[in-house]
Design a protein around this ligand. Structure first.
Ligand SMILES: C[S@@+](CC[C@H](N)C(=O)[O-])C[C@H]1O[C@@H](n2cnc3c(N)ncnc32)[C@H](O)[C@@H]1O
Length: 267
């Protein structure tokens, strides 16, 4: 495994950034409906849901939805950086500082685990996935959602395509992020860990100046702009031009896909 000097949050996507809360809120606006649908897919759970985990909760939007979806459950929301979760105080919600790459939970202790847009950023993603599976109780459900870059490869606007793929290249180089294979491989990864009832949904939101995915992508590209501008093949005017086009009507393109997997720990 290649080691990377930098981790998520050290500099890239630090929660101290002025626009990071807005960036994560835009992501939640795009994906919370998809997450809720996945968490409720298949109707009422076959076993009582008493303990839920929202791993790397970000702004906590899905943890709050889990409280509504599973009214008898206690929800644990974990994060490396608790800044955006500090204001959230709810009965049945436990907020925990927890490093998914280093800290564990007891085997079989959660009935539902949801994790979104975390593992692709972690060079040790396969090992972390294996531990998440162990945290699931027999009959417990995993919902995992990760990005995939293939719609960006097919984007029609060459400058948007160059800059968008450049953003993912900066993340791969600096953090070890995988937006290529990890998401589409999730069904095979889940099956290899013995999970069953595997379902997959792929969502491709629209990037335009007035869509939540457009807002998320403008903030992401803006944050990574210096690194993108240094990549070979990216022209000096590319990043400013794309940021400008993401800020006004005109550009309408496919955004990054999200792969949503649901799977069950055999009883
Ligand atoms: C792209 S954000 C996604 C946030 C949230 N899951 C969502 O989808 O709205 C990734 C989150 O993972 C957190 N994170 C990064 N590395 C982590 C780690 N090793 N353990 C726990 N959380 C981590 C970050 O602080 C950040 O909030």
């Amino acid at each position: 495994m290649t080691t990377h000097a930098e981790r998520y949050g050290d500099r890239i996507f630090s929660h101290t950034g002025a626009e990071e809360a807005a960036r994560l809120a835009a992501l939640a606006e795009v994906l919370d409906p998809v997450s809720v649908e996945a968490l409720t897919a298949g109707g009422p759970p076959s076993r009582p849901v008493r303990r839920c985990l929202e791993l790397a909760a970000g702004t906590g939007s899905v943890a709050l939805r889990m409280l509504d979806l599973f009214p008898s459950a206690r929800v644990t929301a974990t994060e490396l950086d608790l800044r955006f979760l500090e204001a959230i105080r709810q009965d049945r919600l436990e907020v925990l500082r927890h490093d998914a790459t280093a800290e564990d939970f007891p085997d079989g202790c959660f009935d539902v685990v949801h994790v979104r847009y975390l593992l692709h950023h972690l060079p040790t993603r396969r090992e972390v996935f294996g531990r998440i599976v162990r945290w699931l109780a027999p009959g417990g459900r995993l919902v995992i959602e990760e990005p995939a870059r293939f719609p960006l490869e097919a984007a029609r606007d060459p400058r948007y395509r160059r800059v968008s793929l450049g953003a993912l290249q900066v993340l791969a180089d600096r953090l070890g992020t995988d937006c290529t294979d990890w998401g589409p491989d999730l069904p095979r990864t889940a099956a290899a860990h013995g999970l069953t009832d595997i379902t997959l949904r792929t969502t491709v939101p629209t990037v335009a100046h007035d869509t939540p995915m457009g807002r998320f992508w403008r903030l992401t590209v803006g944050h990574l702009a210096p690194g993108i501008g240094e990549l070979p093949g990216v022209l000096p005017e590319d990043v400013p031009a794309v940021l400008d086009r993401l800020s006004r009507p005109g550009l309408v393109e496919m955004g990054m896909a999200t792969v949503t997997l649901t799977a069950t720990q055999p009883a």
